[in-house]
Design a protein around this ligand. Sequence first.
Ligand code: TXA
Ligand code: MG
Length: 324
Amino acid sequence: MICPVTQDLILAARMLRDGKLVAFPTETVYGLGANARDENAVARVFAAKQRPYFDPLIVHFAELAQLKQAVRTFPSELDRLAQEYWPGPLTLVLPKSDWIPDLVTSGLDTVAVRIPGDDRARELIRSADLPIAAPSANRFGCISPTTAQHVVDQLGDDIELVLDGGPCRIGVESTVLQWTDEGPVLLRFGGLPVEEIEAIIGPVRTHTNHAAASSTSPPAGPGMLSKHYAPRTRLTIVDEIPASPPRRSGLMTWREVDSVTRQGFVIVETLSEQGDLVEATANFYAALRRLDAQALDEIYAARFPDKGLGRALNDRLQRAAVRE
Ligand code: TXA
Ligand code: MG
C-alpha cells in the first residue's frame, strides 16, 4: 500500500512517537525519519532503504541543548561554527553518548548530528520531542529525493507517512565534518561549502578514498562508498561537451549551451541558465531523475566549477559515474 502524503505536522510528530517511519522535508534533501531512541524503528529505516548496517545514520535535533545530550563532549573549537551555521546544512561527527543506541551509529563511538535549516523539520522534531534519525529518503545508492513525490516513488510501500514541504531549498545533502584529535576532517562535501567552514575554524583536511570502497563492502570510513547517488543510466563526466555524442544521449549542464551543442542530444537539462551554482544545486537531483527516466544509452554531465557548492556536485557526479 502506498503511504499517505500530508502537510499535517502534528500527525507526523505523533506517528514518529508511535515508532513509525515518517519522511520529512529538510533544506537539503528529504529525510526518512524515525525515533533515534527506538531500535525497532531504526532497524526498519535500514530495511526500508535496503541500507547496510555498517553505514551509520545522522541524528536530527531542533536545538543545541537537545543535541548536546547525544554527544559526550562538544569541542569548544566548534562553538562558533555551530553558532554560525546551525540550523543549516552542516553535520558534525562527535563522540557519542549512551543516549543514542549503537544501532544508529553502526557500533561506532561517534555520532553524526545536525540541526536542519528547514523550519518545518525543526517544528516536527520539537513536536515529537525526540532525536530523529534520518538518512536521505531514497533506496541505498540511488538518487536522493528533493520532493515528496520522489520519496513516494521509491519508498511509498515501505514507510508510513510523507510530510510534504515542497521542493528542498538547497537540494544536496549536508556537509559532514568530523572532529578528531588531529583536528577537523571533511567526510562529505555538501550544502555548506568547505570554504565557509575554513573561514571560521581554519584549514580542514579532506578524507578522499573514492577508489578504495565499493558499494557492497564496508568502506574505509563510513559514508565513503565510491558508487552512490547513482542513476541506472551510464553517466560520463565531461569537461568539453561532445559535439556529436555517439548514442541516444542526454546532457546535464550547469549553464546555458548554444543550440548547435544541444542538437546532438535527445534531452538537455540546464540546471541554471545563468550558471548560478545555488540554482543548479537546487535542480540537480530532480534533473538527474528526469534524465534517468528517458531510457538513454548515456548521460553526459558537464563538470561543475570546483569551488563552493560545485565541489559537492562534482563529488555526487563522480560517485554516480562509477562503473561496477
Ligand atoms: O542533508 C543530509 O545530511 C540528509 C538530511 C535528511 O539530513 N541526510 C543524509 O543522510 O544525507 P545519509 O544517511 O544519506 O548520509 C549520512 C552520511 C553517510 O555518508 C554516513 O556514512 C555518514 O553521514 N555518517 C553518519 N554517521 C557517521 C559517523 N558516526 N561517522 C562517520 N560518518 C557518519
Ligand atoms: Mg543518502
